[in-house]
Design a protein around this ligand. Structure first.
Ligand code: SIN
Length: 362
């Protein structure tokens, strides 16, 4: 018998569905255009009730409403609370796995966050944490939410031992690693995993499973979750034609601790920012450069030798690099308290998977 994350005494294996909001919980008042809607209106309890789900594969299904928001409004507090609940769940011997219903707009951040704070633990205990959501609100005629929820419950409860524990995303009949989620289309039903390595959920691709095992093997530790008031301040600045030095100068006066530059192409930035970037590194501001293209690798010393105090993001997009840098800065802070010598650069290097997205030379 154990007490679950909502404080119930549980005696049988169970699956927990955490509700965060999003379009999957959205309601449209306009039957002619379901894209006019409000996210985060239906409770997760009612999503399960409407789908007629009470148990799957011999596991009772319970739910907890963590938030019910449009994910554009996700806060550091939400992430801290969600992370702590997930870890608590992983430690419960009767919990089989977790499904999280979430808005697709920032599911990219949540996917990398969970992967970095508990992907290793989930893999070790053989439990799956599955993020899902929808592109159409719950009352749209062709809403994708019910099928996505059913698929997520299927993936989380799948009986096969050789499907590794870890953080995943499920949309449009496909499954990918949570760290690979990234919304790269405004309306397509498979938008959150269009750019991801993924597999059909009903016909798993052996190559995808091997890749998943490889990525999870490279995850040697989990990073600590920042307390809700202790998330380091990290900004994203996108480089563009005609960039002005003032934008960076303003940020330098702000008190930010880290900066992600969403650079052009291979991660370069406008030379108008060079003096500001040099100033930032002198002030000890951590800088990561990634590519505004949204895909591919940004590698050390490519195309030019790396500046001191700056690191390349590997295959992390700007929003993912931002979460990775926040977690790295927080981990350094905690290591200092425990007097363990480390650097944010060393920790950040382990947040990105450089070999995961190979460069193809034709
Ligand atoms: C949201 O991210 O909360 C709204 C958009 C969506 O879920 O697709």
């Amino acid at each position: 018998m154990s007490v679950d994350v909502v404080g119930r005494l549980i005696k049988i294996p169970y699956i927990l569905v955490l509700g965060m909001g999003g379009t999957i919980s959205g309601i449209s008042e306009n039957s002619d255009n379901p894209l006019q809607y409000q996210a985060g209106k239906v409770s997760v309890k009612n999503l399960l009730k409407n789908a007629g789900v009470d148990s799957v594969c011999g596991c009772k299904v319970f739910s907890k409403q963590v938030a019910n928001v449009d994910s554009q409004n996700l806060t550091a507090e939400h992430l801290t609370e969600l992370g702590k609940l997930v870890i608590q769940g992983l430690e419960d011997p009767l919990l089989k796995g977790l499904v999280i219903t979430h808005g697709t707009d920032t599911i990219e951040e949540v996917g990398i966050f969970l992967h970095l704070i508990c992907g290793n633990k989930a893999n070790k205990v053989g439990k799956r944490i599955v993020l899902t959501g929808a592109m159409l609100p719950s009352n749209a005629l062709l809403s994708d939410g019910p099928k996505n929820l059913a698929d997520a419950l299927k993936w989380v409860s799948s009986e096969f031992d050789d499907y590794p524990g870890g953080v995943y995303g499920v949309f449009a009949g496909k499954v990918c690693l949570g760290m690979d989620l990234s919304k790269r289309h405004a309306t397509d039903l498979d938008a959150p995993l269009q750019a991801a390595h993924c597999s059909p959920i009903d016909n798993l691709t052996p190559a995808w499973l091997s890749l998943v095992r490889f990525v999870l093997l490279t995850l040697e530790t989990d990073l600590p979750i920042p307390e809700s008031d202790a998330w380091p301040w990290v900004e994203i600045l996108t480089s563009y034609a005609g960039a002005r030095p003032e934008s960076l100068q303003l940020l330098l006066k702000s008190g930010m601790q880290g900066l992600v530059i969403a650079g052009t192409g291979l991660g370069g930035f406008h030379s108008a920012w060079l003096p500001g970037v040099l100033m930032a590194t002198k002030k000890g501001i951590a800088i990561v450069r990634c590519s505004r293209t949204g895909a591919g690798l940004v590698s050390r010393d490519i195309p030019e030798k790396e500046m001191d105090g700056m690191v390349a993001s590997g295959n992390l997009s700007a929003p993912k690099a931002r979460i990775g840098l926040q977690l790295a800065l927080n981990a350094v802070h905690q290591a200092k308290v425990e007097m363990v010598p480390t650097t944010w650069q060393a920790i950040f290097a382990n947040t990105s998977f450089r070999n995961h997205s190979p460069i193809i030379v034709r």
